[in-house]
Design a protein around this ligand. Structure first.
Ligand SMILES: [Zn+2]
Length: 223
């Protein structure tokens, strides 16, 4: 017979050693003369080891995936960052209000306009990005997102505002979930839900109205 297969020439083709002794076979290959009786197995064992390793890797990957999916997601990311940006804008505005008040004695009736005209702020700063409002909306109404308390009652004179008084709050920009307020000492807080935020603003206004010249320490401090 002439071999048509290329590979056949390279193969030694001993019939007996080619594989494990099948159950029915007389087992000529099963009695290798001496020394290493497992002459046939190394290849197979290697394959088994490789399969085992592959299974282990797959198992670990599946476990890692399961752990990743089951672990609670870290708070952060998308939900919080718009609130933080909003709070940062509001803090900036309050800082500008304080600067303006200390330079000019008090805040005018239209504080956001005054801050804008004096170059302390920009219209972009007056936007809460959760509100969906644009610069154009703000240009039409500077108070479309944020409301300085001084706007309602222009009593802010440097040193007469209690540090725990709310001086800037936001409209319902976060779909009722809550809203940022900034206190006279410059720190911000996101109060949930929005109705509670409004209640706290009203409370702060009432407190400020009754105890006009800062009963407790005045509103200058840290930041
Ligand atoms: Zn906001």
């Amino acid at each position: 017979m002439t071999s048509a297969w290329k590979g056949e020439t390279t193969m030694p083709t001993p019939p007996s050693v080619s594989g494990p002794p099948a159950p029915g076979e007389p087992g000529a290959g099963s009695i290798p003369p001496k020394g290493e009786p497992r002459d046939v197995n190394p290849g197979r064992r290697q394959r088994n080891t490789r399969e085992f390793v592959i299974l282990c890797v797959i198992g670990l990957s599946v476990t890692a995936l399961a752990v990743h999916l089951l672990l609670p997601k870290r708070p952060g990311g998308r939900e919080i960052s718009p609130q933080l940006v909003c709070a940062a804008n509001m803090k900036h505005i309050v800082l500008s209000m304080k600067l303006y008040a200390s330079e000019n004695g008090s805040l005018p009736d239209d504080p956001l306009r005054a801050l804008l005209d004096s170059g302390e702020t920009t219209t972009k700063l007056y936007i809460c990005f959760s509100s969906g409002k644009t610069v154009r909306d703000v240009e039409k109404d500077l108070y479309v997102c944020f409301v300085p308390v001084a706007y309602d009652a222009p009593w802010w004179v440097e040193g007469t505002v209690a540090s725990n008084a709310i001086v800037l709050y936001e409209r319902d920009n976060h779909a009722g979930q809550g809203g940022n307020v900034v206190y006279a000492d410059g720190h911000a807080e996101f109060i949930r839900p929005y109705s509670e935020m409004l209640r706290r603003v009203e409370e702060s206004k009432r407190r400020s109205a009754t105890s006009q010249p800062a009963a407790d320490g005045s509103g200058r401090e840290s930041n």
